[in-house]
Design a protein around this ligand. Structure first.
Ligand code: ADP
Ligand code: MG
Length: 258
């Protein structure tokens, strides 16, 4: 995917994205970071085609994304939103089956391929024991896995996730990030996600995009992007950068910079 000089504003006064040019590498994990309100979700929204740029272009496989037919686009790219609402009396397997919509014809019952995709998505997300459970009976971490399963059932090469670890405890956060890594490593999925936690972003990303005030200020590998100067510039924080042989590079906030 490629964005060329993309600008987007919700109201004509302020740009929530200005002049964003970026190329998203296939089969890699790209993470968007930046302060609150810096345009991370807006950028993801443009990639997901929920928001159409007022200027510039968004391109997928050489074609402007606005030119894709809805079903065609939905077979390329799946999204897991930050907040998800579902009728809570729905069971896991029913909800996951919604991921098959772009592959099905309205008047046809689900076929073997649909059932296989649902089974596969449920097993990838380790929900086999929970498939008959209702969404209302599940914990936050389990629910988040159900949303990912629904996106996986869509069987797309690209998966977008907006802050998938927010509201989860530490165990479920890492479980989810390990799942993302597994999906990338074993299936070659192209992942673009927004993360709040910088140390998680450093550890689980091949490439990072750093947003501030609607601009893409830095991009590169975690090593290239996260340093004492950039953290001061972006977050107004003094930090130290350390390295651990098991977890690699990590950052420790020291205090608010003057
Ligand atoms: P982030 O995800 O980095 O926290 P967003 O992309 O949600 O930031 O928001 C970027 C900017 O756009 C912010 O200034 C925010 O207030 C504004 N914004 C986001 N969504 C809307 C909306 N639906 N209507 C108007 N302004 C919005
Ligand atoms: Mg956001």
């Amino acid at each position: 995917m490629e964005l060329k000089q993309v600008a987007f504003s919700y109201n004509k006064q302020v740009n929530s994205l200005s002049d964003v040019t970026v190329s998203i590498a296939s089969n890699r994990i790209t993470t968007i970071i930046g302060p609150n309100g810096s345009g991370k979700s807006t950028l993801l929204g443009v990639l997901a085609r929920h928001l159409l740029p007022q200027s510039g272009s968004a391109i997928l496989d050489g074609k402007v994304i606005a030119d894709y037919k809805p079903r065609e686009f939905a077979r390329k790219l799946a999204v897991v939103h930050q907040m998800n609402e579902a009728p809570s009396d729905l069971t896991v397997e029913k909800l996951v089956a919604f991921g098959r919509m772009p592959h099905r014809t309205m008047w046809m019952p689900s076929g073997k391929e649909d059932d296989e995709a649902v089974d596969w998505a449920i097993s990838m997300t380790n929900l086999q024991d929970k498939r008959k459970k209702r969404i209302s009976e599940m914990s936050g971490g389990e629910r988040q896995r159900v949303w990912i399963a629904m996106a996986l059932a869509q069987r797309t090469p690209i998966l977008l996730l907006d802050e998938p670890t927010t509201f989860l405890d530490m165990y479920y956060q890492y479980e989810l990030l390990e799942l993302v890594r597994k999906l990338n490593a074993s299936l070659g999925l192209t992942i673009v996600m927004v993360l709040h936690d910088l140390n998680q972003a450093i550890r689980y990303s091949d490439y990072m995009l750093v947003m501030k005030d609607g601009e893409l200020l830095h991009q590169g590998t975690p090593e290239q992007v996260v340093n004492e100067q950039s953290m001061k510039q972006i977050y107004g924080m003094n930090v130290v950068i350390r390295s651990d042989e098991r977890t690699g590079l990590y950052m420790v906030p020291v205090g608010i910079s003057e």
